[in-house]
Ligand binder design. Structure first.
Ligand SMILES: Cc1cc2nc3c(=O)[nH]c(=O)nc-3n(C[C@H](O)[C@H](O)[C@H](O)COP(=O)(O)OP(=O)(O)OC[C@H]3O[C@@H](n4cnc5c(N)ncnc54)[C@H](O)[C@@H]3O)c2cc1C
Length: 650
């Protein structure tokens, strides 16, 4: 018998959702602080160290070692304990396939190299571009005459004269919002309320409606207009005061239609949530309508221009030149002094084994991502019945299960296999707070604890040093779903009736069977050998990826100006969301949304988070006396609010 020399530890990063796999020699010390872990154990054997970022992880938390040819894990007097397959342990033997939970990390232990495609490739290798409505010309032009952006863009600074000399259209304007999605719209809304004229703002993007891409992602992930979102009543992208809130507006609408009971229910809900009632959330259709109204009020359609932004450069006169394409051969430049970059999620992330399956089989119909268009799955299930295997246990998985539940009303011959890596007996803990868990789903009204938006946690993160921020985000983050009674009921009914089954295991491979169905081979927890799960469809509900290097525009910016990225691979920003390395004399460049995750604000990818980013950057512009931006003192704010109420231009 050969003595075990090393083990493989695999886990999903609680912050980025990246799969990490490390092969480490034994013994292995695990903790938060490498300096607090021993360099050798009693017999002088050197120790490999695994550092995990979270304040739930003690400085020296656990030791994995070999004793008489048996693998053991020992708790090193940690504050929050070591859990093996869900049970708290002080000292326990380990076998291949066990899952060790330390703080928010769930680490699978294997004694043989895990299957290559499934676990050793990083998930960032596996993505597809978030689909856009219209796609002007491909990234590189076919003809050298058409080379765009031009050679001048290879320099650190370009001069406006050089751009005019290209003969292409050049526009000079004060404010440029890149992306023209929800985050850009919110920034522009703030600028307008703070006094900037619509003629001084340009928004460049690919969707006429600021919520175009967001709406598509909602529809793909099964949130139609009548379904409710996951934000609270006063997170109103159309109204920076947050009042009247969505609950009040919905109650008013119901009242006018004579639906008195429904009106009272919404009001009762916002007064008593989340103790006596579930948290109120607005219908997506109502949010879109409200954005349309505000877009018309601030003159969005005069400010918006269609175009894919290809590159951003500093100019030699303290501004920024933005090169964009509005179709094949239709290129242009905008020069602006204040630029806001908010391009949302660059890519849809695929689990590596599912991406492998799609690449090998060319089958994009049976293995799908919940964020891509996949309505054919539900319509075929309604006609023919079948089994769906779901991966991921966040809010999108809940939506997909709800949609399949609805399909079952038309055809009860539909079943769900829900594959999870490990059980979730207890929820994440921070201080005295602990999230509830129901049937291995961790529950929380919003994607972050509420105090991350306006409370103490927001301040704590802003004041924290970069390394501490990563720890805090790992503590507060993690995959959760909304605590909705209908979703809990659906899961419980499915479990009771047997059409919904949860399976725990690590994927070894996904392969087609003779009938072309995807078969998932897994190593089930606590069982030696493999189990096969045959399904008609696999839905990957694990998420979107916000790493800036996945997109040509942002990658070009990072490499051209050698920008420092934060620990999570996103742009480093100051507390007012300025990109410090892009400062250009009086020129300022700000970033917002998913591309700034890991910085001063946790909930950057949310309505209220985007409003907070906009508030901080526009307040900073007001302090800099930026063109037309006036401080919004209380009386000015009140007057602007009356204009909002009366639907008058700011
Ligand atoms: C399904 C789903 C549901 C959500 N629900 C909620 C919720 O209920 N509550 C909440 O608060 N938050 C929610 N969010 C989070 C957040 O509010 C949205 O992700 C929001 O759309 C983020 O806005 P954004 O401007 O960063 O990105 P987007 O709205 O996606 O806008 C980015 C825009 O940039 C454009 N773009 C990208 N690259 C370029 C380029 N090179 N040139 C030109 N344009 C470019 C894209 O086409 C896109 O239109 C949800 C997110 C998703 C995906």
């Amino acid at each position: 018998m050969t003595t075990l020399q090393q083990v493989w530890l695999s886990w999903k990063d609680p912050l980025t959702s990246d799969m990490q796999t490390l092969a480490l020699g034994l013994p292995i010390a695990i903790g938060r602080d490498a300096n607090s872990m021993p360099t050798a154990i009693a017999n002088g054997q050197p120790v490999a160290k695994l550092t995990l970022n979270s304040s739930q992880v003690s400085r020296y938390h656990a030791l994995i070692s070999l004793q008489a040819d048996q693998l053991w894990i020992g708790d090193q007097n940690s504050s929050n304990g070591v859990f093996v397959n869900g049970q708290r342990q002080t000292q326990r033997s380990l076998k291949s396939g066990d899952v060790v939970r330390i703080g928010p990390y769930e680490i699978s232990i294997t004694t043989t190299a895990p299957n290559q495609p499934a676990t050793q490739r990083r998930s960032s290798d596996s993505f597809i571009q978030v689909p856009d409505q219209q796609l002007p010309d491909p990234p590189s032009s076919s003809s050298p005459l058409e080379a765009f952006p031009p050679a001048e863009f290879q320099a650190q600074y370009v001069s406006p004269q050089q751009l005019y000399a290209t003969g292409l259209p050049v526009e000079e304007i004060d404010y440029v919002a890149i992306g023209a999605g929800l985050g850009s719209y919110i920034w522009v809304d703030f600028l307008r309320v703070y006094g900037v004229q619509a003629q001084q703002v340009r928004a460049l993007g690919l969707e006429g409606k600021p919520y175009g891409r967001y709406q598509r992602l909602c529809l793909n992930s099964q949130i139609p207009a009548h379904e409710r979102l996951r934000s609270n009543s006063d997170s109103c992208p159309d109204n920076l005061w947050g009042w009247p809130s969505y609950a009040l507006r919905e109650a008013y609408g119901d009242f006018l239609r004579g639906h008195f009971q429904a009106a009272l229910r919404h009001l009762w809900q916002v007064f008593t949530e989340p103790i006596l009632t579930e948290t109120y959330t607005p219908r997506s259709g109502n949010v879109f309508k409200s954005i349309d109204r505000e877009a018309a009020r601030i003159g969005w359609h005069h400010m918006y221009r269609f175009g894919r932004v290809r590159a951003i450069r500093k100019t030699d006169d303290g501004r920024y030149a933005i090169a964009y394409s509005a179709g094949r051969g239709r290129h242009a430049f905008v020069i602006g002094r204040y630029v806001h970059l908010c391009t949302g999620y660059p890519v849809i992330q695929f689990l590596p084994d599912l991406q492998d399956y799609r690449e090998k089989t060319g089958d994009f119909k049976t293995v799908v991502n919940a964020y891509e268009e996949h309505d054919h799955v539900y319509s075929t299930l309604e006609r023919q019945g079948g089994t769906v295997l779901i991966r991921g246990r966040g809010i999108v998985a809940s939506r997909v299960i709800q949609r399949i539940y609805e399909a079952r009303r038309r055809n009860p011959n539909i079943s769900i296999l829900h594959l999870m890596r490990s059980p979730k007996p207890v929820g994440n803990k921070f201080g005295l707070a602990q999230r509830p868990v129901s049937n291995h789903f961790e529950l929380q009204p919003f994607n972050w604890p509420k105090a991350c938006w306006g409370g103490t946690l927001r301040e704590q993160l802003e004041n924290a040093a970069p390394r501490e921020r990563t720890n805090l985000l790992a503590d507060w983050g993690g995959t959760t779903t909304a605590d909705r009674h209908d979703w809990r009921d659906i899961i419980q009914t499915g479990l009771d009736k047997g059409w919904y089954r949860i399976v725990f295991g690590d994927v070894v491979a996904v392969e087609p069977d003779a009938q072309g169905r995807p078969v998932t081979r897994i190593r089930e927890k606590g069982i030696t050998g493999e189990l096969t799960l045959t399904a008609n469809y696999i839905i990957d509900a694990t998420g979107l990826d916000g790493k800036v290097k996945s997109t040509p525009l942002l990658n070009d910016l990072v490499t051209h100006y050698q920008l420092t990225l934060n620990a999570l691979g996103r742009f480093q920003v100051n507390n007012d969301f300025e990109m410090p390395e892009m400062r250009n004399r009086s020129g300022r460049m700000y970033a917002a949304g998913a591309i700034t995750f890991g910085g001063p604000h946790a909930a950057v990818d949310s309505f209220l988070g985007l409003q907070y980013c906009a508030l901080k950057s526009v307040e900073a512009l007001a302090q800099e006396n930026a063109s037309q931006v006036r401080p919004l003192h209380p009386l000015a704010s009140l007057s602007q609010w009356f204009k909002w109420i009366n639907n008058q231009a700011p």
